[in-house]
Structure formats: structure tokens, C-alpha cells
Design a protein around this ligand. Structure first.
Ligand code: KG4
Ligand code: ZN
Length: 345
């Protein structure tokens, strides 16, 4: 890493608008959160059972000025006190990302403060630097969100290699889909997790899908279909499905796939520092199972605080610090991208 730009106190205003949260934060030296403002659109998307991209963009436009203002005032700072302005530019909903990107470009242009583009999944990983001040790469990270399920080797703050990933649906996506079919409100993942705590995880036998010849890759769509079939078959027979038991059985199966591949990758790579990140890293069973597995093996496990698992601006500010130090600074031609590999940053 090039540390020549380093100074004692480096303050970044970070903006996040990749999905259904309009968020901004001020973060000092990549680790200390001075302010963190998140405005969620969940209540509106709930009416439709999922995120409506067009509505998300419009709500970001309405919220972003006041969210950024509040992040600055909570930190007791003005634009001219900042050392960088960071923004999530990929991946995500394109119309939603563009709101944050254009707002950040405008602020950077008006203030002359450098603009730092941040990859959304890299920022999820960086949420761990806020919670775990001592954590430094290299480590192996399970990144599980609504749109992605990756096992990533984080060699350095801005150097990453994908070791495994889902061949079809993401873990968060299948949690949400099954939760919705059971009848839980959006976002289903957290609701299914709560119900699962009350259920019998052996009540509904589930498959354990593996990807042939790719022991670190995941495949969740068959598992999702198995759960949906249980619900639909019961409906056809006029029988009730236990939401608690199905949630528990299904959660156990998804978490079983995630932990099995993650631990295997860690063993094979000889990596004893494990980290989890992304919205699904809030899952109660995933956290419990990994704590147990890591304790048994003498691995160190790092997890973000629950409030930093979902989308937020603080994690963007954390990653942006290291992106800046490695020379990743954008000009005003910066554009948003709906898809982009975490390896490219
Ligand atoms: O990282 P995130 O906030 O947004 C994306 O980048 O996608 O992840 C959102 C996903 C949703 O699918 C949500 O249902 C899931 O994370 N999620 C959970 C839990 N909390 C959030 N999934 C399982 N258990 C949870 N406790
Ligand atoms: Zn996310």
C-alpha cells in the first residue's frame, strides 16, 4: 500500500444509495465513526413485497440532501473540513446508485474535495474494521447479502480474490423468497430468522446441494425450490405448514451450505482468520454456527456489529480510507455500474 498520502486525522464523508437505504456517514481514519445516518425505504417497498427500483431511485433523490446534511452536522463538520468524499458506485440498482454518485460528484466539484469510488461488497467487508479495530488483512471473508454470496480471500485492503461464489441465487435472496411465500413481510430474511429461533429444524428434511467439482461454490436455487414445494404441496392438500418449523429447517440448510464451504476453504487455504460480512451476516444461526466451528478449530472469527451488517454509510467510509491510500481517486467522469467484480474494486 502507498502510505505517502497518510496524515493523522483523515475524515471521509461517505454516501451509500445502492438499494433501499439512503445513507451517509463521516468516518475518521477508516475505523472511527463520527456520524452514521440511515434512512430506510423498507416501509414503502413492503407494500410490493420487494424493492421496486424506480421507487427506490425517487426516494433517494428526495432523501439524499438531508441525509448528507445530518451526517455532517452530527459529526459537527462542514464540507471544507473533509479530506475525501466517498460513494458507492457499484454494484447495485443502477438508478439508485446514480443518485449517490451524482450527488457525491456535485459535492466534490463544488468543494474541491477528492472523490473516492467504493465497491459495495468491499464496503460490507470494511464494516468489520469499525467493529473490530485490530482486524487487518489477510483473512478469508464470507460475503453474504441480498444479491451476492462470495467467499473472498482478502489479501490486502484493496486486493481481493474470489475463492467461491453462488452459481445461481444469493443467500439473502433465497431467504427473502421463502419468507415471502410463507407470508412474512419484506425484508423476509430477518423475519424468517426470528421465526426459525422458535421452530424445530428437523421437521422438514431439506437437500444439501453441492456444486460438482467446485467445493467452494454455492447453489441455492434447488434448496429454495424444495422449500417452496413444501409450502405449495401443503396448500394443495389443504394442510397447514408450520412457519416456525419450516423457517428453522430451511435456515439450517442454507447456513449448513455456507458454513461447510467457508470452513473447507479456510482449511484448504490454511487461513485461520475468518470474517463475515453483508446483510445475511446478521443471521443468528450463521453467527452461532461459525462461532462454534471456529472455536473448535482454533480459528479467529470476526463479525460486524448488527447495525453495520446491513447497508450503511459508515462501512463505505471505512473502505474508502484504504481505497484512497492505494490511490483510488475518481474524476468527474465517474459513472455507476450495476455489476462489477469485487476483485476489480
Ligand atoms: O447487504 P444487504 O443489506 O443488502 C444488499 O447488499 O443486498 O443485505 C440484505 C439481505 C436481505 O436479503 C435480507 O433479507 C438479508 O440480507 N438479511 C438476513 C438477515 N438480516 C438481513 N438474512 C438472514 N437472516 C438475517 N437475520
Ligand atoms: Zn449491501
Amino acid at each position: 500500500m502507498n502510505n505517502s498520502n497518510k496524515k493523522d486525522t483523515f475524515r471521509i464523508l461517505a454516501i451509500e444509495s445502492s438499494c433501499d437505504e439512503t445513507a451517509a456517514a463521516v468516518v475518521e481514519n477508516g475505523r472511527n465513526v463520527l456520524s452514521n445516518v440511515v434512512v430506510s425505504q423498507i416501509d414503502e417497498h413492503k407494500l410490493y413485497g420487494g424493492v421496486v427500483p424506480e421507487i427506490a431511485s425517487r426516494r433517494h433523490v428526495e432523501a439524499i440532501s438531508s441525509v448528507v446534511d445530518k451526517a455532517l452536522s452530527d459529526a459537527d463538520l462542514a464540507l471544507e473540513d473533509l479530506d475525501a468524499i466517498a460513494v458507492t458506485y457499484a454494484p447495485g440498482l443502477i438508478g439508485a446508485l446514480l443518485v449517490g454518485v451524482n450527488f457525491a460528484k456535485g459535492l466534490s466539484y463544488a468543494s474541491g474535495v477528492p472523490l473516492v469510488p467504493v465497491h459495495h461488497l468491499r464496503s460490507h467487508i470494511a464494516a468489520n474494521y469499525i467493529t473490530n479495530k485490530e482486524l487487518e488483512p489477510p483473512f478469508l471473508c464470507l460475503v453474504v447479502s441480498g444479491g451476492h454470496s462470495h467467499i473472498v480471500y482478502v489479501e490486502d485492503y484493496t486486493k481481493m480474490r474470489i475463492i467461491g461464489k453462488t452459481r445461481d441465487d444469493a443467500a439473502g435472496e433465497v431467504f427473502d423468497k421463502v419468507a415471502r411465500t410463507i407470508g412474512m413481510p419484506y425484508p423476509g430474511g430477518v423475519n424468517l430468522d426470528k421465526k426459525a429461533e422458535l421452530g424445530n429444524d428437523a421437521a422438514y428434511p431439506m437437500p444439501h446441494p453441492r456444486v460438482a467439482d467446485s467445493p467452494y461454490d454455492f447453489s441455492f436455487s434447488g434448496l429454495k425450490t424444495a422449500a417452496l414445494n413444501i409450502i405449495h404441496n401443503a396448500e394443495q392438500r389443504g394442510e397447514a405448514v408450520s412457519a416456525e418449523d419450516l423457517s428453522a429447517s430451511y435456515r439450517k440448510a442454507v447456513v449448513g451450505c455456507l458454513t461447510e464451504n467457508f470452513i473447507k476453504a479456510a482449511n484448504d487455504l490454511g487461513c485461520k482468520t475468518l470474517v463475515i460480512a453483508g446483510g445475511v451476516s446478521a443471521n443468528t444461526l450463521l453467527r452461532r454456527e461459525l462461532e462454534r466451528e471456529c472455536a473448535e478449530r482454533g480459528f479467529e472469527l470476526y463479525m460486524p456489529e448488527l447495525k453495520y451488517c446491513g447497508d450503511n454509510g459508515a462501512m463505505v467510509g471505512a473502505q474508502a480510507y484504504y481505497e484512497y491510500l492505494s490511490g483510488n481517486i475518481a474524476d468527474l467522469s465517474l459513472n455507476a455500474a450495476a455489476t462489477r467484480s469485487i476483485e476489480l474494486g
